[in-house]
Every structure is written in C-alpha cells, then in structure tokens.
Design a protein around this ligand. Structure first.
Ligand code: SAH
Length: 476
C-alpha cells in the first residue's frame, strides 16, 4: 500500500521502536487502526499506520497536493503572470513547506508537545526514525547534513537521478532522506517543520511577519545554538533580510537555552534587577569616558559577554584596536552576531577581534594593550581563583590602564525585587561591599605597582553608596 501511494504524493513516515511502540498513536493523537483524511487548502493529507505492533509502529503522513487547485488558490505577488510553470512543477511531489503546513494542521498537538493520555512521553527521547520520500535539497547533501546532524540525527540520504530512463542526465537535487535519532517526538516534528522548507528553499506562500513568529515559536529552543542558525533563518524567511535580522536578534535575545552558560541570561536577569536606574548604560558610558581620558587606543575587553561595551568602543573611531575575550564560545558567537561582524566594512572589521580564552590562564595574546576593561566579571570568578586572574592581568598582560567594575552588595537593599541576601545574578560567586572592594584594589595596587581611584557608578544612596563600584588602575 505504501508503494502505490508513494508514487502519487509526498510521504513522511515516522517509526517508533520503543515498546510499547504503539504509544506513537497516543502522541500523534491518531488511532493506529484507522485511516484518516484531512482536507487542506492545497489538497489532502492522509494519516495511516503501515505497521503497528508492540515492537515497531510506523505512522505515515501522505500529502496529496492538487496542482490545479494550487494555482487557482495561489496567493501573493508571484502568482500572476506565470503560466505553464504553475502547473508543471515539483510542488505536488516533494517535501516542501506544504509538509510543514500539513504537520501543523494534522499533527498540531504533537508538534506542540501536548498529549492527554501520555503527557510524560511528550518530553521523553524515543528511538525514532523519520523517512521523507522526496526532499529537494537545494544546497546539496552537505547542507542536509549541516542542518540535521548538529541536532543529533544520523542522516541517510539517497540521491535520485534526474530521470531513471536516462541515467546520463545525471543526478537531480532530490533525495530520499532518513533521519535516525533518540529525541522526543515533538522535537523531531519541529525540526522537520522548520528545516524541510529551509532545504527546499522555496515557499509556496507569501512570507510575512507572522513567519517570524512561527520561526521563533518552533525554533526558539534549539535554533540559537544551531551552527547554521543564520542560514536557516535567511532561507526560512526567504531572504527577506529585514525579517531574518529581526528573527535572529529576537532568537538570540529571548530564547537562549541554558546549557553552556548562565552568562547568557546574565544581561536579562541582572538588567531586570537593576532596571530602575538604567545602570548598564551609565556603566558603559563611564568606562568609555575613563578609557578616553587615559588616552587608550588599543583596548582589551575581558569577559566581554555579548559585546555591549565592544559596540560602544567600535562606534568611537578613537579606539583603533578592540579585542573582546570571553571564556564562552556561545557568548562570543552571540557577540559576533549582535555586532554583525561579518557585515562590517573591511576597515571596521580590522579594528575588532573576538577571542576565546580564560582569564585564569596566562595568555600571550593579552600583552601590549593600552587598557583592559573587566566589566561585571570578577564576581563570576571563584574567589579562590581570583589570585590567578590577578596575576594574568596585572603581572603578565600589564596594560597601562585597567578598569574593573563589580556590584556594590550594600546597594542591593534598594532593589525591591531582590530578596535579602540574594545576589543580583545566580552565577555570581560573591558580591562585595565598598570596603571589601577598596581593600582588594589597595592590595592589587601595592602588589603590582598600580595607582588606583574608586568611582561610584549610578545614583548614589547616602548610606548605601552607588549600585556599581568601579576601580580605575593606572600603571605606576
Ligand atoms: N562584560 C560583559 C559581560 C559580563 S557577564 C557585560 O558587562 O555585559 C560575565 C562574563 O564573564 C560572561 O560573558 C562570562 O562568560 C565571562 N567569564 C566568566 N568567567 C570567565 C573566565 N574565567 N575567563 C573569561 N571570561 C569569563
């Protein structure tokens, strides 16, 4: 049965081999014993189960796209004026955004990870295998792999010849694709939903702002960490660069997954606590002012995070060479995307460099700069290892100017939302009083031969001081 249907339309099958395998039916909200059909604006979708045993259960979604109805119902500016091409094209037979539409219409609950009778299974990784009968891979097998392999799938791809009767015509860009992985069903569906139209790179409907919402909704949890996120976003939004930019910015802003670092939510969390005073901006302005007054032109931003200070430095041509260092690769990637480094004019590009490294280890790349800034970083370091950092910066890198900022813990009492005794961010290892910070700065000055002055940043409370404390060191 599968074979006859196959030749008429596009087929997606999903096989579960975790016993009882027929739980797949509960997850898909579709009874394995029935064949069901669903009318869609562009044709019909059929759901059925070619096999359903305890050990192995396969669900099939067959799309029957109506080529004539397709043209009649066509929306958007590209519809008019084309004739034959509208009827003779690959749309009815390949996995395209039609498949995504069908998945969301027919399997919407499964896509959203809802299951009434097996709620615990929606998050459970299952041994799943998805086969797509005909996938147009514009970008080739390489792109296919770059899209799915980082998500943990084993990818099997078989390329179709252009025409079996004429092998000399060579290969087409169509593949039969198999994805094997141990993932929750909703993840598999979501990945297919987003990435098949990306592979196809041709959308049948007009791309508007709600596509951004869809992409954020379905890609929010995995796309920010995907190495091809920019290509995916561009293609998904059909090269509407304005939308792609917006989507990327919002993906990176709102939907960061946690695994590799608390740092990534750092901005939001700490900003939320500190928002009353727009402290972040004051801090950056003060740092820039200190650097300028010291005459620094070549500047290191250590623990640069997502690059807010880097952006301010880049905007001021007085800074000739700017280096952002951070321990987190992911954070640096985000910084690169935020600063749009790949799109800067060459002359600007040559002013800035992002490097990965740890402040715990002596690093030759840090030598020879006029100034180093360490903005809201030391409180993320284990106090026991602060000594290593001190030597790396003040003994080995030894720039003429060093600017260090850190929260003033006394001021936390002012933040109404912050429970007593809690730090401003869950990854902070310590927060110092003004006395503690001053003692630290004094010791650094003595041990490494730097003069220093302390500056409050942000609105000062008469008894508690300012929210941020800053130490500016000058090599003696
Ligand atoms: N300076 C930025 C980021 C502050 S968050 C800002 O003001 O917005 C602290 C940053 O320090 C994070 O990006 C984190 O990845 C980085 N960091 C933590 N430990 C580090 C280490 N040992 N070496 C280098 N960077 C580190």
């Amino acid at each position: 049965m599968v074979l006859t249907l196959f030749s008429n339309g596009m087929l997606l099958t999903i096989t579960n081999t975790a016993a009882p395998a027929t739980d797949l039916g509960y997850l898909l909200h579709k009874n394995p014993a029935r064949l069901q059909s669903f009318p869609l604006s562009f044709g019909q979708a059929h759901m059925f189960y070619p096999e359903a045993s305890d050990e192995r259960c396969t669900a099939a979604l067959l799309l029957d796209v109506d080529p004539v109805g397709l043209v009649r119902g066509r929306r958007g500016p590209a519809g008019a004026g084309r004739t034959l091409e509208q009827y003779v094209n690959d749309r009815p037979y390949v996995a395209s955004s039609f498949l995504s539409v069908a998945i969301s219409r027919v399997l919407g609950s499964a896509l959203a990870g809802r299951s009434k009778s097996r709620p615990e299974l929606t998050e459970t990784p299952l041994p799943l295998n998805a086969k797509l009968s005909v996938v147009p891979c514009r970008g080739g097998e390489g792109l296919l792999r770059r899209l799915f392999e980082p998500l943990g799938y084993e990818v099997l791809a078989e390329r179709h010849p252009l025409d079996e009767a004429f092998p000399e015509w060579g290969d087409s860009s169509y593949y039969t694709v198999e994805l094997r992985g141990r993932v929750p069903l909703k993840d598999l569906l979501t990945h297919i939903y987003v990435l098949i139209p990306v592979l196809d790179n041709e959308k049948h409907y007009w791309v508007g702002d709600d596509e951004v919402e869809k992409l954020l909704r379905h890609g929010g949890s995995w796309l920010p960490a995907h190495p091809e996120k920019e290509e995916i976003t561009r293609r998904y939004l059909k090269y509407r660069y304005d939308l792609a930019r917006e989507a990327l910015a919002r993906l990176l802003d709102d939907d960061l997954p946690d695994p590799d670092a608390a740092q990534q939510t750092h901005d939001q969390e700490e900003e939320a606590v500190e928002k009353t005073v727009n402290l972040n901006e004051q801090r950056l302005n003060t740092v820039v002012a200190v650097l300028k007054s010291a005459g620094a032109k070549r500047v290191l931003d250590l623990g640069c995070g997502e690059g807010k200070l880097l952006r301010a430095l880049l905007a001021d041509q007085i800074f000739e060479e700017i280096v952002g260092l951070d321990v987190s690769h992911r954070t640096l990637e985000i910084a690169g995307a935020r600063l749009r480094l790949d799109r800067l004019p060459t002359r600007q590009q040559s002013r800035i460099k992002l490097i990965q490294g740890s402040l715990m280890y002596r690093d030759k790349r840090l030598a020879g700069y006029d100034a180093a800034t360490v903005v809201e970083v030391i409180e993320h370091l284990d106090q026991a290892r602060l000594a290593a950092f001190e030597r790396v910066l003040f003994e080995f890198a030894r720039p003429a100017t060093v600017v260090v900022t850190t929260p003033n813990v006394e001021y936390n009492a002012v933040f109404a939302d912050l429970p007593a005794g809690k730090f401003r961010h869950h990854d902070h290892r310590f927060e110092w009083t003004r006395g503690e910070f001053a003692a630290w700065a004094r010791r650094i000055g003595q041990e490494h031969n730097y003069n220093f002055r302390l500056l409050p940043v942000g609105p000062e409370d008469t008894s508690l001081g300012a929210p941020t404390q800053m130490a500016c060191f000058a090599r003696a």
